[in-house]
Write a protein that binds this ligand. Sequence first.
Ligand SMILES: [Zn+2]
Length: 147
Amino acid sequence: MSNCELCGRNGELVLAFVEGAKFNVCGSCSKYGKVVQKAKSEFVLNKHESKFVDEFSENIVSDYNLLIKSAREKMNLSQKELALKLNERESVISSCESGAMKPGIELARKIGKFLNIRLVIKEKIAEFAKKKSSLGGTLTIGDIIKK
Ligand SMILES: [Zn+2]
């Protein structure tokens, strides 16, 4: 048997977080730890949610310039012709193909749809998604002890 690190009482101890630090505390002191931990996890959760509205992030594939160029050439279109079909400037197409300009998501979708290539990929933010689901419910003292 050891003593509660907060009140010094002898008895069954549980691990609790009190003001960010781990303590071995007795049953009555663990109530205090639970409150602190809950407030803290909610703060972290909100921070993630404001940063990542979705569990997915849309990105342009890294070899977009090569994909556009080869797909365009397969269709026997010049940069100017492709630009006209997409209602874009020729300089936009040439910049994308040289890699000088990374198209935005909307433009990449438009080009990809016309050339039948995939330029936009959805990437799962696995790390944050996992954290989000584990913090999904209200954290109880039981959850803290399990960890
Ligand atoms: Zn205590």
